[in-house]
Design a protein. Structure first.
Length: 294
């Protein structure tokens, strides 16, 4: 008897093609050059403090790009790489747009699979967010105006922050974030257990249940924007739409945004541009402005 795969996929190849960002990438090498060049530009032009520890291990650090003025809104960014690749340094360019809007940016580093489990990555990211809530005022940020940003695997991690019991587990206010802007995330990770990623991320059914934001939705006061690239595989759109449906059914505020013509990597370039739709959402959430009417 053939093994039944999640979400109606018949073969591992189908899952791989649905979730491998390279399948629809316009030019992956060019995207890597772009991220490297824009990150170098951010380090050259913006004040920054790199490698600030938030936890006891060497992997648990933050890179902070403080705003020009104290008491600034904060953009807390979680990078992609399917939990087993990449680092905050690769995405320093996302600080360019927020800085131009008067925001501090905090980028999170964490340990990578398979040296740790996905459960441990989630724990570390929650610890990073708790550190930011408690300490960002000392770096010129306003802890009452933190907006989460995440891309790809970072979208999943950002959504897990929204599922966290902040008061019960951390002694922090319930729903402490001003908003979340999550791009091309995977909110039900079940298919990835049967994908090319499994040797590195080593999911089991318990982890799928604990670390799939779609299965952790609760009433939450934080407004959420879910975006994806219009040139990506349909799976990324379906992931965002499915999470949005569950989010709204729980009584929460949520928006959807398809980014025309953008592939998986181009989808976050808007964070580099203060006039983009992504930065407009960040600025609006940080200011506590309700979303426009649908």
């Amino acid at each position: 008897m053939a093994l039944a795969l999640p979400h109606g996929y018949a073969r591992q190849q189908d899952i791989d093609e649905a979730y491998d960002p390279l399948v629809r990438a316009a030019d992956a090498a060019a995207a890597n050059r772009h991220f490297a060049e824009r990150s170098a530009e951010a380090r050259r032009l913006l004040p920054h403090r790199l490698g600030v520890p938030y936890g006891p291990t060497l992997a648990e650090t933050l890179d902070i790009f403080p705003a020009a003025q104290p008491g600034a809104p904060v953009f807390l960014f979680l990078h992609g790489g399917y939990w087993r690749a990449r680092a905050a340094r690769d995405f320093h360019g996302v600080a360019l747009g927020p800085y131009a809007l008067g925001c501090t940016t905090v980028l999170v580093d964490h340990a990578l699979c398979p040296s740790v489990t996905l459960d441990e990555v989630v724990r570390q990211v929650r610890a990073a967010a708790a550190w930011t809530l408690r300490h960002i005022a000392g770096h010129g940020g306003d802890p009452r105006r933190i907006v989460i940003g995440g891309h790809s695997a970072g979208g999943q991690l950002g959504a897990m922050l929204l599922a966290t019991r902040w008061r019960e587990d951390y002694g922090l206010p319930d729903d402490p974030f001003a908003g979340a802007v999550l791009v091309s995330g995977v909110y039900d990770i079940a298919p990835l257990r049967y994908s090319y990623l499994q040797p590195a991320i080593q999911l089991d059914e318990g982890c799928v249940q604990r670390c799939s934001p779609l299965r952790q939705v609760r009433p939450c006061a934080t407004p959420l924007l879910l975006a994806w690239g219009g040139a990506e595989q349909d799976a990324f759109a379906r992931q965002s739409q499915g999470f949005h449906d569950a989010w709204r059914k729980a009584g929460n505020r949520g928006e959807l945004l398809a980014l025309p013509g953008a592939d998986h990597f181009q989808a976050i370039e808007g964070f580099e541009q203060p006039g983009s739709a992504l930065c407009a959402a960040l600025q609006r959430m940080a200011a506590g402005v309700p979303p426009p009417s649908p």
